[in-house]
Design a protein around this ligand. Structure first.
Ligand code: ZN
Length: 102
């Protein structure tokens, strides 16, 4: 009987929960106002060694139906997506208690 993770239900060899917990990733989400009052949602604190940031950016852009980019591990989405982004990150497997919305 293979051991499975009580959190995600995957076999331990596939589970990322422990890895994520070890790194104590804290994800910070905040809004920045750019030129002409344009708002962008910044997602910071992702570990580029564990997360395919390009792929994550693409998924978040699709789900928020917005434009966006990433630079040095920080994802930037056009518009204010604070209220949606937590659910989307939780759906990606992040622990809600590690996500700070500012
Ligand atoms: Zn797990």
């Amino acid at each position: 009987m293979p051991r499975t993770c009580s959190k995600c239900g995957l076999p331990e060899e596939l589970c990322m929960c422990q890895t994520i917990a070890k790194e104590e990733q804290r994800i910070k989400v905040r809004i920045e106002t750019r030129k002409w009052g344009r708002e962008v949602t910044l997602i910071m604190g992702l570990n580029p060694k564990e997360v395919n940031i390009n792929a994550l950016t693409t998924r978040l852009k699709n789900k928020c139906a917005c434009g966006g980019t990433n630079k040095e591990g920080v994802i930037e989405l056009q518009g204010d997506h604070r209220y949606k982004i937590k659910d989307l990150l939780v759906a990606e497997g992040y622990d809600p208690s590690n996500i700070d919305i500012q």
